[in-house]
Write a protein that binds this ligand. Structure first.
Ligand SMILES: Cc1ncc(COP(=O)(O)O)c(C=O)c1O
Length: 422
């Protein structure tokens, strides 16, 4: 997975559907230097999302969930903007350390860790781990007895696309027994963590989850535990093909819950992934083939579900395809480049008639996309190109750092250089 960095004006922000970070003219120019498919990353979109989290949830520490997109440029961009990183493995924490995150700012939130992973993470200096079952207590006691622990609790949420509580989180009846077992083994449980499920579409779940966490805090308190930490996880959605409430609306509801049920001085954490990495990336693909099958146009493009559209399978996500052609919209099938019949990007999107060679833009392609892409059939996953807004680059320390240290890809053609210098 290669990353290149160039510089041009970034696109619009939207409160409705995710919008592409570049327009078609810019995509066309970039494609003269970087063959499609490629992902275009807009740092200003990342900065915008994080500033919304900061504004609406002051006092809640942000640990970026790097599982959503472990791209090193993203980690570099956010290094001075977030409080730390949420990792699921030693592999992820190793990338963070290479990028310069201190182990003091890494929290390992996988509730079931293999022993090698746990041992290596402890050696790296990671001090915060998550548990949700009795068996994990034995492992922690042996390999990480002095760590700070959070107990992950399950949250019922019918309004999320990825139900993480189907796999993780202690059920209510198991919570006190697990806490007591941890205490009897001399372990230090500092509080509760939860995740309402990813791409969670109703803000109110944050309020009810926090209310439930308060109940657990009270029960634990009665049993003699003094918790000082609440980790409210991630789950904030982005608007792929349906317009959802905005990030600020979700944060407002969560913030109201936190203020109502918890004291201001509690150690609040969150682990957002998608809302930081999702909207900042647009995929640029090209139509490489066309057929009529059973009377329906099929368009074959140069990336598919084995590439950045992998989230179609793993993230249950339906991505938007944008064409700049005019003309009446018609039912069509858009398929990826591999020889597998599962490699269908879209069955249900109406597009104008496309030609071989056309570019398509897919906004909101940053989270759970390239992270799970493969090279199946010999098609390499798309590279990521970082596109800066020059005015903002001059304004901020963080961006200056990137410009000075990492501006390394220089467009080869005069046309692409013109975009870079615009
Ligand atoms: C433990 C944990 N934290 C945070 C996240 C990030 O969630 P999201 O991308 O929905 O914000 C996930 C996603 O799987 C997760 O498993």
């Amino acid at each position: 997975m290669k990353t290149s960095i160039i510089s041009l004006e970034s696109g619009l922000l939207s409160n409705t559907l995710e919008q592409p970070v570049i327009n078609f003219a810019q995509a066309e120019l970039l494609s003269q230097t970087y063959p499609t498919p490629f992902l275009v990353l807009s740092p200003s979109r990342i900065i915008k999302s994080i500033s919304i989290l900061r504004e609406y949830l002051p006092g809640v520490k942000i640990f970026y969930a790097m599982k959503s997109n472990p791209n090193r440029e993203i980690l570099q961009i956010i290094k001075n903007l977030v409080d730390g990183i949420d990792v699921a493995s030693y592999g992820e924490s190793s990338i963070c350390q290479e990028v310069g995150f201190s182990s003091d700012n890494i929290i390992h939130t996988n509730p079931v860790k293999n022993e090698f992973d746990l041992e290596c993470s402890v050696k790296q200096g990671i001090k915060w781990f998550v548990i949700d079952n009795m068996e994990e207590i034995k492992k922690i006691k042996r390999l990480a007895p002095y760590s700070n622990l959070l107990l992950r609790i399950a949250i019922t949420n019918p309004h999320c696309i990825v139900n993480l509580s189907a796999k993780f989180g202690a059920q209510e009846r198991d919570i006190l027994p697990i806490l007591k077992k941890a205490r009897s083994e001399g372990l230090n449980v500092r509080g509760i963590s939860l995740h309402v499920g990813s791409q969670s579409t109703e803000p109110d779940i944050y309020y009810s989850a926090v209310k439930y966490a308060r109940k657990i805090f009270d029960e634990a308190n009665t049993a003699g535990f003094t918790f000082d930490t609440l980790d409210v996880g991630g789950g904030f959605p982005i608007s792929y093909r349906d317009a959802l409430p905005t990030l600020s609306q979700f944060c407002t509801v969560l913030g109201n819950g936190l203020r109502e049920f918890f004291p201001d001085d509690l150690n609040f954490l969150m682990e957002p992934g998608r809302c930081i990495s999702g909207g900042c990336i647009t995929l640029v693909t090209r139509v490489i083939g066309r057929a009529i099958r059973n009377g329906i146009p099929w368009y074959y493009i140069d990336d598919g579900v084995y590439g950045a559209f992998s989230g179609k399978l793993f993230d249950h996500c339906d991505y938007r395809l944008v064409s700049n052609r005019s003309g009446s919209l018609e039912e069509c099938v858009v398929a990826g480049p591999t020889c597998d019949s599962i490699d269908i990007v879209s069955h249900n999107q109406r597009l104008p008639q496309l030609e071989v060679g056309d570019l398509l833009l897919s906004p909101g392609m940053g989270a759970y996309t390239i992270a799970s892409a493969t090279s199946f059939n010999g098609f390499a996953p798309p590279r990521t190109i970082v596109v800066h807004n020059e005015n903002q680059i001059r304004g901020g320390n963080l961006n200056n750092k990137i410009i000075n240290g990492r501006l390394r890809a220089y467009p080869k053609t005069p046309a692409a250089r013109k975009v870079m210098n615009a």
